[in-house]
Design a protein around this ligand. Sequence first.
Ligand code: LLP
Length: 411
Amino acid sequence: MKISGVDVRDLKKEYGTPLYIYDAAHLKNNMRLFINNFKSDKFETEVLFASKAFNVKEMVRTVASEGLSLDCVSVGEFFTALSVGFDPKKVYFHGNNKTPEELRFIITHNAGTIVVDNLMELVALDMICKELKKPVNIIIRLNVGISAHTHKFIVTAHIDSKFGVGYESEDFKTMMEVIEKSEYINFLGFHSHIGSQIFDLKAFEAALEKLISYCKDYKEPLVLNIGGGFGVKYTDEDKPIPFDVVSKTLIETCENALKKNNVSIKKLCIEPGRSIVGEAGYTLYTVGFTKKTPNKEYYFIDGGMTDNIRPALYQAKYDCDIVGKENEKRDHKVTIAGKCCESGDLIIEDYDLPAAQPGDLLITYTTGAYGYSMSSNYNKALTPAVVFVEDGKSKLAVRRMTLDELIEREE
Ligand code: LLP
């Protein structure tokens, strides 16, 4: 099996397993589908990569070279971006509980826009700006009362979400008064993020309608950021909308809503994470022992929940293959289990695969988003290496952790 012209067996020889593999050509293509189609002649547009999905230096370099902006949600993500010379002006900094130290770091390192989550944050931010004598651009995260997950979305749900403020709330009114009085806070507009793995764009339409209806209350055209959450294909059950269609539909929806409400906006932003990296990522494992129990057959792999927590955490489903046996008869119903001392450490359950032998390679698909970024060292597992492949060549992006590194911070 080859990914972007590179045989995965050669990757195993060179880098070992478990191994995260990113198809750089696929990544760039996904970015271009957004960048080239998320455009309007009625307002400016901006595509941000939600870096929580996968934030390593090589990824940030790719984001920069493709001209996307960046959503960071921690100083760690921002610091990684700064370390490779990413333009801080193109960073939107999120988070519901930014500490004073973090706010100071963000402001002194000139993050372009701060996404303010709540009233207390705004008050703290204003004080820190005064202390540092530095102005900041902000957008306010609103809770628009719409929550979407996969095929369903619910309006007036989630009013108690930990993120954002309600437009009608007392807190929001007070925030506007703080902004009015502040010499340092430059209010640009609103943000909303309605969920993950969404296939029904009507949910975004509902969120956009709300945000645009609020725009009437302001003299200046606002910046609106409608977050990410565009669905990808993990298994055949998922039917994602192509990203060029997603982009064009959102633009059209926004243009129509502006016309209907007779308002204009300055800029529309989106911040896809999963849709950019998800399907471009693979995880390669080596099969170790296999075992039959009265009702099950297990293939054990050399990774598991430490490199992919999503099945254990969200009952997420994945597809996989035994490398070189893709076209063999799938006459074994097996459960792919990891190495952790944890019964829930199962990557795929009751899945049809051909017979596998110890030493075979097993590859899981669509692991590019929230795999590496949510990896852990539970059971003192070593964080796997990450490689980027393109045009028949591979490039190490993250070296596999060593045992010494595992204990190097311990006294
Ligand atoms: N913008 C904001 C404000 C977000 O909170 C998120 C994701 C995104 C953008 C990107 O969403 P995406 O396009 O990647 O769906 N760990 C979970 C996902 C948590 C997502 C949190 N926020 C998972 O593995 O599915």
